[in-house]
Design a binder for this molecule. Sequence first.
Ligand SMILES: *Cc1c(COP(=O)(O)O)cnc(C)c1O
Length: 394
Amino acid sequence: MRNYIYMDNAATTKMNKVAFEAMIPYLAKYYGNPSSVYMLGDISSKVLNEARETFADCLNCSPEEIYFTSGGSEADNWALESAVRNYGRGGIGRNINGRNLGHIVTSSMEHHAILNKCKELENRGFMVTYVNPGRDGIVRTEDIHRAIRTNTILISVMTANNEVGTLQNISDIGKIAKRHGILFHTDAVQAFGHIPIDVKKWNVDMLSISGHKFGGPKGIGVLFVSKDTKLTPMIYGGKQENGMRAGTENVAAIKGMSVAAGEACKTMRKRGIETVRVRDYMIDNILRYVPGARLNGHRDLRLPNNINISIDGVNGESMVIMADNYGVCISTGSACSSKSTKPSHVLISMGVPEKECFESVRLTISEETTYEDAEYVINLIRKLVKEIKTHTLA
Ligand SMILES: *Cc1c(COP(=O)(O)O)cnc(C)c1O
């Protein structure tokens, strides 16, 4: 494959080299089942214990509060399902004559793993309020507060958005949830390994993580569940994950993910400062040199690696396809919506006019992005904008 510049780290990340190498022995040599009593099994179960400790350190919780899942989507689904089963009325939530079985407050800019699960819960008789963020892509804590009803059982608001990178006021929302005795979940898939997280300080009861968004492998993730929170099994079967998620653990992936987590947490501060510099260089220069370019999402309260811009009169999808011809990987928004022609639900939720929602491109850089890469991409965007505009006028 030719050389390319990868600026789509919100979709997935390259595996951390140390993490990748740490996985291999657990595929090739130490293949024991963690549940087996002999030494080979012990070696595998030790991986699980150590991994739980790594995540506990990164999140400020205890290792028993860490559950391994198949990724962020499963963690999100599990958190919501468990909340309604344990805290909603009517057990599994049968919809009896449209009876209201409990109410959930979330935001309209969540990932589809939350939004589509919420739709499913609505079909089963639960009520959901989708709070819109402001034009800056930040959900107002007062709006969350105002959405609370007497039968609200759960608040779920993402820590950082995957399209515009905006950071939410999780600790403020956590305070409100705690004051009202309402369960609080946050999808921290984009945030983990990129910004500091403290579940205690934030009053978070459940939190979702995905391995492949911070240098770990795909198909593995974590759900943090505080010990005071009731949990319903995700998969029934063996005793794995404290009897809450049956199935032989993906030992190698858990190893890879936990090493990546350790590396990410260790280098977060330094990496953040460096990435922010390149991010700001790109934002400033795109806004300066690309006519009709506007930044989507708050200028500063955003992930260190996120740049999301709309360019007047330039179709985002065309830009992404043309950039690919130059070996530049960018996106129009979330990977799930980039194959459809619907406008981004995130930009719509922020009140961005529909026309501008089709004109957006997302660039998510990494610590490996150099100023040279940045310069190349800025110039490429300038060139492509000219081409697209000429073409559109012709
Ligand atoms: C990627 C992502 C998910 C889904 O994680 P998977 O491991 O791919 O299932 C959920 N939420 C957010 C915010 C994401 O960015």
